[in-house]
Design a protein around this ligand. Sequence first.
Ligand code: NAD
Ligand code: ZN
Length: 249
Amino acid sequence: MRAGGSDPIREAARLLAGRRNAVALTGAGISVESGIPSFRGAQGMWAKYDPMEYATLHAFMRNPRKVWEMLSEMVSVCGFAAPNAAHKGLAALEERGVVRAVITQNVDGLHQAAGSRRVIEYHGNLDELLCVYCWKRYPTRLRWTPGTVPLCDCGEILKPNVVLFGEPIPWLAQEQAEEEARTCGVLVVIGTSAQVSPACDIPRIAKESGAAVVEINPEETSLSGHVTDIHLRGSASEVLQRMLGALST
Ligand code: NAD
Ligand code: ZN
């Protein structure tokens, strides 16, 4: 939080209202209140699954059935999840013309479910399965049921169309995200530890291009204190609800 005595949420709301060209960058933390665990921390997925064994392209190519143990859990949990007040708050900010785009590292589709229209999916989406041998694509719900491993018509095991470690970012998402970062007036970074590269470069690109960076996270991150201008400590839903309230007054 910045020194100066004023309420940081009001200060952030003033910034958003004044510049009206904000972009949000979201991570796993925004979906925690929808019941989807983040990756890091005691309750995170990495406490259960070693990312080197379960979340790299190399691991998938070597043993896709094993990687599907983790993927099955993710697909099931995300399939039952509904958007929370933070996802809805961002959609409301877009509706009001305050936020113009959401760049998300999440693969759960909850921004679209909440009504956000311009969503750049930096790491893909679990809704689609892809064959890395013949490149055929399928909607996940048509090919996967709990306890099974989804197969392509060619016989190979399908991979969700999400970015595993060791895979490049989809080029269009990368281009659009960098363009948004270069041209926004405010970047609102919500629920990301900013440790996954190259997504963690987005706040730096925005900052170097002249944007103010507002961070919403109950914890300190690698951005707090130097890239972040205003750190709003708290859960994404609580802070965004208060921000919407401040924008209405
Ligand atoms: P991360 O797990 O590294 O960090 C989560 C961050 O969220 C932490 O800084 C934590 O302090 C914060 N947080 C926790 N609860 C919060 C809350 N209620 N409100 C606001 N912030 C909260 O997540 P990451 O930086 O997004 O990196 C993990 C990668 O894994 C991402 O690239 C993402 O693609 C993927 N992932 C996606 C999902 C999903 O789609 N929901 C879930 C887990 C992981
Ligand atoms: Zn195939």
